[in-house]
Design a protein around this ligand. Sequence first.
Ligand code: NAD
Length: 401
Amino acid sequence: MVIEPKIRGFICLTAHPAGCRGNVKDQIDYVLSKGKVTTGKKRVLVIGASTGFGLASRIVSAFGSDAATIGVMFEKKSDNGRTATSGWYNTAAFEEFAGANGLYAKSINGDAFSDEVRNETLDLIAKDLGQIDMVIYSVASPRRMHPKTGVVYKSVLKPIGKEFQSITLDVHSGKISDITIEPAVEQEVEDTVNVMGGEDWSLWIAALLERKLLAPGAVTIAYSYIGPKITESMYRQGSIGRAKDHLENTAKQLSQQLQAIGGNAYVSVNKALVTQSSSAIPVIPLYITLLYKSMKTAGLHEGCIEQIYRMYKDRLFTNSSVVCDAAGRIRMDDWELQEAVQADVQERWTRVNTTTLPEIGDINGYRYEFMRLFGFGVTGVDYQEDVRIDVEIPSIPCVAE
Ligand code: NAD
């Protein structure tokens, strides 16, 4: 089948297997070009492993530290003439390259919030790896069914206390317009914390500890975001920010629990990047177009793979202790939040409108990265070619429907 992008709002309904494979290969090649992280952990569980920061973490662990990896994700295989999701194709490609390099890699596709998927993962660890040395928690989801109560929580992206007025960008038309977002009610804030806060992460760690599946000295990391003043009311002081506060507090509690095995829990505050999750947040895509322009001009731009490689090399697996800020967080947003970068973005923000955007913002860079998330626009891929959409993930048994 010849696959074309079908964009609806902030999602693309199709994905290109060869393009996704190319994306994964590019990330692997980046890691190989930078050299090994020899002190990295060797048995790694990545929850949310198929796209964005989670996929990059899996790639750096495998190809930077020769780690065996188990990845958990929530993706769709191809069905009825519809392509699979990009995370499915990414995982298929990752396992193919890992296998070719003699690296253990298995994946579990299902709801990481459920006890069923958690137990399946723990059984696989016990059977194949014995124990795990590192757990990366990189799930981003708009909803979560609580495993004990069955209640379904939905997250919202809203300010708290008072409405938020700003400008926002429709990435596909390039139009900038005013936006007013009503504040979240208390229940919405609680629900957002239930989805994107740290509870699920702590359930995973508790379950792993209970079954003695964490090796002595094991570490766990989840990803957070802070961002600039421009997005503060919407992001860090908003409903999602409450969830991130909860996640960061969870890291402290988990660190205490992990002391029993000489382990530790961290949150890494990462840079704003184009991923499937960030495209859905109002105002953030406009900020990202200006940020990219500024950081690319200053030679400071990084994508997920560069961020995670730098985190492993310069923060986590250094020859001395883990490098954290005063609040105990790893900071990979250090370049994004540099004073000069933020002053430049702020100045661009005051001048940006639909007419000036192509010149003062990196709208083309944003669109290019957005398309790449789904495997489109990847160098070396012939998009006129007929390709098979029913790509299998080697470790996932193909069950007849
Ligand atoms: P992403 O959308 O690229 O990846 C999300 C991952 O979660 C995918 O692998 C997906 O399959 C998996 N997932 C979603 N629901 C699941 C479920 N129910 N069960 C199992 N897996 C599930 O997102 P991302 O941007 O890489 O975000 C990962 C983390 O990084 C989030 O905590 C996010 O807040 C944080 N972060 C993102 C940015 C950014 O700008 N994108 C910046 C800093 C921090």
